[in-house]
Ligand binder design. Structure first.
Ligand code: FES
Length: 157
């Protein structure tokens, strides 16, 4: 049973959109992905607790960091559903995401180094180009023009 005071503090999807700066369609999308939840009132309209505002802020920050939606959903699932994320919650998640950002920076730096080897070349050789055939993946599958085959090995790192 929801108390009258809590009902009073609930937000419509339009209010949540206006307060968070996130489009209504995006909020509906977040809900279908389980990132936020609402209840339905007697008129079958969505009603959100005010604590959802902080969850939406958290989602936007995570997206800005390039965290995939599935990982954001996993991180949010570790938070209590009955209150807004606290400063301690934010510290834990931001530390985790900081580590993931470091790893992505390392991978992108590696990719840039490989791209630098290709600049001015243009061969896109399956044998010699570090970007075209990273780790010689196709070479492990044997000789021939395997990219022309329907189930050819992928050439992405
Ligand atoms: S394009 Fe020639 S090595 Fe990559």
């Amino acid at each position: 049973m929801i108390k009258a005071d809590a009902l009073h503090k609930e937000l419509t999807v339009g209010q949540l959109s206006a307060r968070s700066g996130v489009a209504v369609t995006a909020l509906h999308f977040y809900e279908t992905k389980g990132l936020i939840t609402s209840r339905r009132n007697s008129g079958n309209q969505r009603r959100y607790p005010r604590s959802v505002l902080r969850r939406v802020s958290l989602i936007k920050v995570a997206q800005r960091l390039g965290i995939p939606l599935a990982e954001i959903a996993q991180a949010l699932s570790t938070l209590p559903a009955d209150r807004a994320p606290s400063a301690a919650d934010w510290q834990r998640l931001s530390q985790q995401w900081s580590g993931e950002l470091d790893e992505r920076i390392r991978q992108l730096t590696l990719l840039r180094e490989r791209l630098n080897q290709c600049i001015g070349c243009g061969c896109l050789s399956l044998e010699g180009c570090p970007l075209r055939n990273y780790g010689d993946v196709l070479g492990d599958a044997g000789p021939g023009a395997r990219l022309l085959e329907p189930d050819a090995a992928t050439d992405t790192p």
